[in-house]
Write a protein that binds this ligand. Structure first.
Ligand code: SAH
Ligand code: SF4
Length: 360
């Protein structure tokens, strides 16, 4: 305990400190870590959670990431793309529910047609919400020109997870033509344009060590990100990594614990950024997202995708809320968030305070 206390009292944490915190397994130590991270979140962000209504508008993807349920080689999944009108309706639902922001997420497609299509969607969403909804995009690696077009159309945040900051591990998780350096370069392009930049990684990947996770956190600090979306790796049955973690069922609790510790440590190092309590936490524990908030996260992404498409956007197994519609999600979340004594920042964008500080 003294050892952990000493670490928590340090001004900055190095790789060794982070590894010690990740490995600390005594309940009282973990509780102390979460408490410290939560206090940090309260001091820098307040006792408030902001929403990003997520529209998973299409599962058509040109890439073949070994972990993902909608990779191009999975021919067992029914491919879909929501209509413009369905996307507009989802955005209006978010706007009228006071969500403040939406995330438009989908598979990665690189083409002029796709660039123009997304530009059009961003404009539709802005218009449908009288310019009020904030828009985050999560559409993978694109050219500077494409990112710029989407920014000019009105998107102001972009989420592109680095997945792992370990180049070697990255190569084990992707086919040879998926390039770690290009992904990193995309983060630089986004920053140059003026987006609020979000990244993150999967936690508990096969062959990932506590040292790797510590390096991921330090990497995100070094590149000075504004927002983070990270969560547990959960094997998908129709992917090459289906059996990559033996007895996954028995490891779920450990996987959740490591993810929550990672959120907490990240908050201690990156004090004023937005950190999402991602849906994957809830796949491991019915109250996983609430636990994420209590460990220092401040963003929740309610699913506002039309119910009929949800089954086809399973990036991983056990994804929650598959049979709920958007208004059920809304009610259920309100109850969950008040259960941890947090307020919801309705009708606010809830931008990352860090972004304003670094661009001052
Ligand atoms: N195509 C875009 C956005 C959709 S994928 C992109 O790749 O950036 C969004 C995220 O889902 C990915 O970044 C990845 O971290 C996560 N993901 C995919 N498969 C997963 C799995 N099996 N377990 C946990 N997260 C997964
Ligand atoms: Fe496509 Fe993203 Fe899944 Fe990779 S993680 S296969 S880019 S949807």
């Amino acid at each position: 305990m003294t050892h952990i206390n000493n670490i928590l009292n340090k001004k900055t944490l190095d790789q060794t400190d982070i590894i010690s915190l990740l490995k600390g397994n005594k309940d009282e130590e973990i509780t102390r870590l979460f408490r410290r991270a939560y206090d940090m979140k309260e001091a820098y962000i307040g006792k408030k959670v902001h929403y990003r209504g997520i529209i998973e508008f299409s599962n058509i993807c040109q890439k073949n990431c070994f972990y993902c349920g909608i990779r191009i080689d999975n021919n067992r999944v029914t491919r879909y793309r929501m209509t413009d009108n369905e996307i507009r309706e989802a955005a209006i639902f978010a706007y009228e529910s006071g969500y403040g922001s939406i995330v438009l997420q989908g598979g990665e497609i690189k083409s002029k047609r796709f660039t123009d299509y997304i530009t059009k969607l961003v404009r539709i969403i802005k218009k449908a919400s009288n310019d009020k909804l904030g828009i985050t995009l999560s559409l993978g690696e694109q050219s500077l020109d494409t990112y710029q077009k989407w920014f000019d159309a009105g998107a102001h945040r972009y989420l592109l997870r680095i997945e792992t900051s370990n180049d070697k591990l990255y190569r084990q998780l992707h086919p040879p033509d998926h390039d770690f350096h290009e992904r990193y370069h995309c983060l630089e392009k986004l920053r140059k344009i003026g987006y609020q930049v979000g990244t993150g990684m999967m936690i508990g990947l096969p062959n990932q060590t506590p040292g790797d996770i510590a390096d991921d956190i330090l990497f995100m600090k070094k590149i000075d990100v504004d927002m983070i979306g990270m969560g547990p790796f959960i094997p998908h049955n129709e992917t090459p990594l289906r059996d990559s973690i033996k007895n996954f069922e028995s490891k779920k609790a450990e996987q959740l614990k490591t993810s929550l510790k990672t959120i907490a440590i990240t908050r201690l190092l990156l004090k004023d950024i937005n950190i999402a309590a991602t849906t994957a936490l809830q796949a491991l524990d019915p109250i996983g997202r609430e636990k994420g908030i209590q460990a220092g996260a401040n963003i929740i992404m309610p699913n506002i995708t039309d119910k009929k498409y949800r089954e086809s956007y399973k990036l991983y197994e056990d994804k929650p809320c598959m049979d709920e519609n958007s208004s059920m999600c809304k009610k259920c979340l309100e109850t969950r968030i008040s259960s941890v004594n947090e307020a919801i920042g309705y009708n606010e964008w809830g931008d990352s305070p860090h972004f304003f500080k670094r661009t001052e």
